[in-house]
Design a protein. Structure first.
Length: 321
């Protein structure tokens, strides 16, 4: 959907609520599982499994993203990715998205076009679609997305099934987004690889269903930081988790960026959020599925330690802290 230059110069207040909805939905191809898409009071999606996995995230300008650091299309992709990674963390596959957008009346239609363009790109990459939502006026641009998923006959993998003796493993990148945030915070725009990782995460979507099929006992997406999110697994399962640094991959590029900024790259890997990696526990006798690598073990007791000792400093992001 390519708006012309005259449309690009308009604001959302000029095109109105329904004109804006038409812009971001018309001409988009829905996946086969969307039985009734945008345009009615509600959408209708097929649910072959008979169960629906659902999750919601809210992203607020200047809290979760900045348009001087990220292009609107990148923000759109990120907004979808943080939701779809939660679907993958349950062992499910995405089916559809409901998008709520609140924005100031003087927001340009070009900005909204690009936001939704990024959302559609990320959704269609995993076979999902934007099936409905709402747009309203507000003083700060806010994106609220509800993602839906299908378990394909598998049981959901929750945070509560880890057992002492299980292997702790991760899939996806760790620390890259935190490194990119540190670079941007210092006023730089490179290295492109780490800055790009902060702007648009690359969740290992397929690794979630693979883990479920491979016997994962618990799983979580790494949105707030590895130690913080493993802490949720430990608490829900009533176990301890020991992360072993000799098993952690600290990429050379992160070491280089850390050296340049006077920062500890290992800290980014342990506590950095927004890479939307997946962390899971597996029975010790099970072979790890493709894309998964061991980083520690589940123990009796409680809490998360690093090499057997409590980690000093914040373990990840917390709102209102």
């Amino acid at each position: 959907m390519g708006p012309d230059s005259s449309q690009d110069a308009q604001t959302v207040s000029q095109v109105g609520e329904f004109g804006l909805i038409d812009r971001v939905t018309t001409g988009r191809e829905q996946p086969a599982g969307t039985l009734l898409g945008p345009g009615d009071d509600a959408a209708v999606l097929a649910a072959p499994d008979g169960r629906v996995v659902a999750t919601t995230d809210v992203l607020v300008e200047q809290v979760h993203f900045r348009f001087d650091w990220s292009a609107p299309r990148q923000v759109g992709r990120k907004a979808v990715a943080v939701n779809l990674s939660d679907i993958a963390a349950m062992g499910a596959v995405p089916t559809g998205l409901l998008v709520g957008l609140a924005c100031p009346p003087d927001s340009s239609t070009e900005l909204v076009d690009e936001l939704f363009g990024g959302m559609w790109e990320e959704a269609q990459a995993v076979g999902a679609g934007v099936v409905g939502g709402d747009v309203v006026s507000a003083t700060a641009l806010t994106i609220s997305i509800t993602a839906l998923g299908d378990l394909q006959g598998r049981e959901p993998v929750t945070r509560a099934g880890a057992r002492p003796g299980d292997v702790v493993a991760v899939a996806g990148r760790l620390g890259w987004s935190a490194a990119g945030l540190a670079v941007l915070g210092r006023g730089f725009r490179s290295p492109v690889a780490v800055v790009g990782a902060h702007r648009v995460p690359e969740p290992p979507y397929a690794a979630g269903p693979l883990a479920a099929a491979g016997g994962a006992t618990a799983m979580v997406d790494v949105s707030d930081g590895l130690l913080a999110d493993l802490g949720h697994v430990a608490a829900a399962s009533g176990v301890g988790i020991d992360v072993r640094t000799e098993q952690l991959d600290v990429p050379q590029r992160l070491l280089e960026v850390g050296s340049a900024l006077g920062a500890d790259a290992r800290h980014w890997v342990l506590t950095g959020g927004e890479d939307q990696a997946l962390a899971a526990t597996f029975p010790a006798e099970a072979a790890l599925p493709e894309g998964w690598r061991a980083i520690g073990a589940v123990t009796a007791g409680g809490g998360v330690v690093v090499d057997g000792a409590e980690y000093e400093g914040p373990s990840g992001w917390q709102h209102w802290r």
